[in-house]
Write a protein that binds this ligand. Structure first.
Ligand SMILES: CC(=O)N[C@@H](CC(=O)O)C(=O)O
Ligand SMILES: [Zn+2]
Length: 313
């Protein structure tokens, strides 16, 4: 055991969230399946809790009832007194914070995986909120290696303005899993199986970590959120162009200055005018029309990850 490894507590309490958005079917079906029979997610050193976050939205097969649950875990929402008049998702956020948090406290769950689907052609993507959580970064490194030659991308949402208050943020360590393309309300077997495999690798990693395995220092390639790009709009605020066919489905591929970005209804091309190459993702995500986001640009970077080991072994 090397002496410079960063010592961390074991991760005993782990939750797997599905149905944070009620129309993202892979996570909903996996979590429902694991609620009935947890043999697949059981590990000897871990208590793993499968949990449906927004049951009313799942029942209606809609993203949310009153407001987006995955934006609701703000300090303000979590601290205001409870009440029936609050939006359903704000009430639910408070309940989830009681069950799996409180956010920022020592009583919070060790790890939360939150399972999402996207209509974008992103493939399997892990979403991280922090570039300094070496436990999660080591997990990501492990998952990427276990998945090879299939790729698993990493989106880092750490950004002073663009970060949002996610359901998973109540845990000490959190990771989002976004797999696409899959239409809203639809189950695709390839997407379901890909998500299932990543959860398996993640739980295997936690089991190994808890048992005392040391994970050596490594490097992880991530794509850090840079800017949100909205659709072109007319003076009434209606969309006046679509994602250009050369950009559609090209998540994670470089977009260079001068490259086609949008196509108006009369066929005019609107090009990207940024300074250098960016890597767009969440291209044409259905849920983001209302958020005024056609895609998000990212910048590629490589993070150095500390070696870690469990300090109780
Ligand atoms: C399509 C979708 O729902 N994406 C998630 C991403 C995340 O979990 O960070 C969201 O916007 O909440
Ligand atoms: Zn989602």
């Amino acid at each position: 055991m090397s002496s410079d490894a960063c010592c961390l507590a074991e991760a005993r309490r782990v939750a797997i969230f599905g149905g944070t958005h009620g129309n993202e079917m892979s996570g909903i079906m996996l979590v429902s399946m694991w609620t009935k029979n947890d043999s697949e997610i059981r590990r000897s050193s871990v208590h793993t809790k499968p949990f449906i976050c927004n049951p009313r939205a799942v029942e209606k097969c809609t993203r949310y009832i009153d407001t987006d649950l995955n934006r609701a875990f703000t300090a303000e929402n979590l601290s205001t007194p409870p009440g029936d008049e609050l939006p359903y998702e704000v009430q639910r956020a408070k309940e989830i914070n009681q069950l799996f948090g409180p956010k920022g406290s020592p009583d919070a769950y060790d790890v939360i995986f939150d399972l999402h689907n996207t209509t974008s052609n992103m493939g399997a993507t892990l979403i991280l909120e922090s570039s300094t959580d070496h436990f999660i970064l080591q997990m990501v490194h492990y998952i990427k290696k276990a998945m090879a030659p299939e790729s698993c991308m990493v989106l880092l949402t750490e950004h002073p303005q663009l970060k949002y208050a996610t359901t998973r943020s109540v845990a000490k360590h959190s990771v989002g899993l976004e797999v696409g393309p899959q239409p809203q309300g639809v189950l695709r077997s390839n997407i379901f199986e890909s998500m299932r495999m990543i959860v398996k690798h993640a739980l295997d990693f936690i089991e190994m970590f808890n048992s005392g395995v040391e994970f050596p220092a490594c490097r992880v390639e991530v794509f850090r959120v840079h800017e949100r790009v909205d659709y072109p709009r007319d003076t009434n605020g209606n969309i006046s162009a679509m994602v250009h066919p050369h950009l559609q489905d090209c998540d994670w591929e470089p977009l260079n200055p001068g490259d086609p970005m949008f196509q108006t209804f009369d066929g005019t091309t609107i090009v990207y005018e940024g300074a250098g190459p960016v890597y767009p993702t969440f291209i044409n995500e259905a849920a983001y029309y209302e958020k005024h986001q056609a895609f998000v640009t990212t910048c590629r970077e490589t993070l150095s990850v500390n070696s870690i080991r469990n300090n109780t072994k």
